[in-house]
Design a protein around this ligand. Structure first.
Ligand SMILES: O=C(O)CCC(=O)C(=O)O
Ligand SMILES: [Fe+2]
Length: 323
């Protein structure tokens, strides 16, 4: 096993995998595997999201979070445990913490349209009436990121020595979530809890995360030697990282790296930050039992057998979204 200490996250071109020669495709798989084995994050270009679509979604998202609190609250439905719609300021906290993060966000989930009975497992999406393009734009971005995620999972499967299509049926109509986030301005820093941060250090729950907008300052990843590395993605790149479900499946061969979003310096406290992660989840019945190929005497099995649905339920309770 290699042990590279990256100073920044590696950059890859998804076209090498989808349109490249067999050599380019193999190199993509090898580079991706090395990056996920070491730091758990890469930045990719040619992910299929156009600049225009990205811009339109950001514009809709900024307009939504600018609505009066009383309107936004109409889209917060407690019975949904934050699975769909608006989730207000300070509601979510990282696992093992009590102080809420300095953010508000909105969850858009899977729209099942092909008669798959899994539709009954998912609550309906909630759409803000005030914004004419929010629904169409977020669903279009959802599809694009889901497709890019499926391609990344093909490369991951090959790296793990599995069939290229190993994940295909597991993520079909999966429980993925698109999450536009607003890290709101802090008018009076004295009034927030002393240990409150934009997003406290955490690992993501899902298989992989595709993050639009990580080019804004603040996102950092924890390197194996304990050093925090800032993410320096370009505007046209999407950052793709390993989540806890994929780490479980691979017995930590692929690393779900701890990351956080730090507060801005005091003079910038009154500014907003936006980001839009797409959390790629499988269907709830996916078995996350460690792959046999990832367990040996040097790497004893670390995780008990669990389905994706069981793991998700456990984690949502730990982060304050589910009671
Ligand atoms: O806002 C970001 O850049 C990252 C957000 C994040 O890590 C998360 O929501 O899980
Ligand atoms: Fe995260």
């Amino acid at each position: 096993m290699s042990s590279i200490l990256y100073d920044e996250i590696p950059s890859l071109d998804l076209n090498d995998f989808t349109q490249g020669t067999p050599e380019e495709k193999a190199k993509f798989v090898e580079d991706l595997g090395a990056a996920y084995n070491n730091i758990g994050f890469v930045a990719i270009k040619n992910h299929g999201l156009s600049d225009d679509l990205t811009k339109t979604l950001y514009q809709q998202v900024e307009a939504f979070f600018s609505l009066p609190e009383s309107i936004k609250q109409q889209y917060e439905i407690p019975e949904l445990f934050g699975q769909r719609g608006y989730i207000g300021k300070g509601k979510e906290h990282a696992k093992g913490r009590k102080t809420g993060d300095l953010k508000e966000f909105y969850h858009v989930g899977q729209e099942v349209t092909d008669g798959d009975p899994i539709k009954q497992e998912y609550p309906d999406n909630i759409w803000p009436e005030e914004l004419s393009q929010f629904k169409a734009t977020s669903l279009e971005v959802y599809k694009k990121l889901e497709n890019a995620g499926k391609t990344m999972l093909k490369a991951i499967a090959l790296y793990l020595g599995l069939d290229e299509f190993y994940f295909e049926d597991k993520v079909k109509n999966g429980n993925s979530i698109l999450r536009p986030i607003h890290y709101f301005p802090i008018e009076n820093p004295e009034e927030i809890p002393e240990d409150a941060v934009r997003a406290a250090e955490h690992g993501d729950i899902n298989l992989i995360t595709l993050l639009m907008g990580a080019s804004a300052d603040g996102l950092q990843v924890l390197r194996r030697d304990g050093k925090w590395i800032p993410i320096t993605a370009l505007p046209e790149q999407v950052v793709v990282n390993v989540g806890d479900m994929l780490a479980r499946l691979t017995n930590d061969k692929l690393k779900s790296t701890i990351h956080r979003v730090v507060n801005p310096p005091r003079e910038l406290m009154k500014t907003s930050r936006y980001s839009i992660p797409f959390f790629m989840h499988p269907r709830s019945d996916m078995d996350l039992t460690c792959l046999e190929s990832c367990v040996d005497t040097e790497h004893p099995k670390k995780y008990e057998n669990m389905s994706a649905g069981e793991f998700l339920h456990e984690r949502l309770t730990e982060i304050g979204l589910k009671k």
